[in-house]
Design a protein around this ligand. Sequence first.
Ligand code: IMP
Length: 424
Amino acid sequence: MNKVVVGAQWGDEGKAKITDLLAQNADLIIRYQGGCNAGHTVVAHNKTFKFHLIPSGILYKGKTCFIGAGTVILPEYFEEEIQGLIKEGIDVSGLKINPLASITMPYHTEVDGYSENTATKGKIGTTKKGIGPTYTDKMARIGLKVQDLYSPELSEKLDIILPLKNKTLKEVYGLKTYTKEEVLALCKKYAEIFKPYVCFDWQKVLEDAKRDKKAILFEGAQGVMLDIDYGTYPFVTSSNPIGGGAATGSGYGPAMIDEVIGVAKAYVTRVGEGPFVTELTDKTGDKIREIGHEYGVTTGRARRCGWFDAVIMKYAVLVGGLTSIALTKIDVFDTFDEIKVCTAYKDTRNGEIYTSYPTDVFIHKYLEPVYETHKGWGQDITGITEYGKLPENAKKYLARLEELLEVPISIVSVGPDREQTIFK
Ligand code: IMP
């Protein structure tokens, strides 16, 4: 069975743990989009590892881990991440980079920083890792791909890219321009960094895995609500975290996918700007943040917290192509008397009720959540490993979410450890 793991909300849903669990039974793991804007921590071999781009499946021996064509790579960050693994004695020989992946150049991070620092209205709250500008250049067909670093035609390519790039850097942003020699020197450095991992025969590796019916795990980053096409645009990332993104960013087509597992928290968090109808700016929000340790791995930012939103989740099931849900951090509610679930939005201007997600996010400021309230279970569930042993109220809560979302909850996570997982 080939599975895709997708974030079903605004990222940070606990995908790392689910991916880690599923990676055990996978032969080939492919990260299909995003870049080092993502961040997650994995505890293994009694050590803590921070991952941004490299599939954490690398921690298991004998797996092939691909950084797919749909990703963007910031070379210096990649080097730091890989060196960190090597220093801890991890065997990284299974890591492969698809030569079609895009490279984040220094001017991409500079433009991202500039746009974020100077924006007043319309600030996105990006991770400032150059993600948007790298994807912009990719789509504008003036980006650099990993394969270009080794091409005898690199100089010719730069003659096309650089005049355009420098004109924009100077005239639009008032930023430093780059000489061809500078960029060639950077490319030489990057070529060395990537050399041990670039897989020029990636087609053969993928063909062989397909023919041999190897188990493939497609690893998404961020979440459906940050998707460039379907998320809360423009407050989104610049790639396609949805299940369909696996079919463009991995090198395999959609028929290779058997299941799409959407990872969702029992509540919602978001970092960066953008609408968030169920956001709690009160003590309940603070309580969720503290119990759930809701602070970013990549940026350290405190995450905005709110109640579970079935409106966005139903939307995520549809556009994300989810076939089941892995619900994480349900144990955060162990001490809560009441747990709310948003089932609709009410427009405060005219009383209109939305049960389907309204995609014009500029009207979200007029929307308020319509909640139903569930009784808490008032006990520590972090040691429970069987669904049947969960308290009745927790089971009722899960059953109600399944009813609302019309997909099964296949995995329930009750704590950070691998053992704290209930397969339903
Ligand atoms: P960018 O991906 O750095 O361009 O940021 C765009 C938006 O996506 C911002 O709101 C970020 O906070 C958000 N974002 C990007 N990566 C992640 C992630 O891994 N988790 C949560 N939010 C993210």
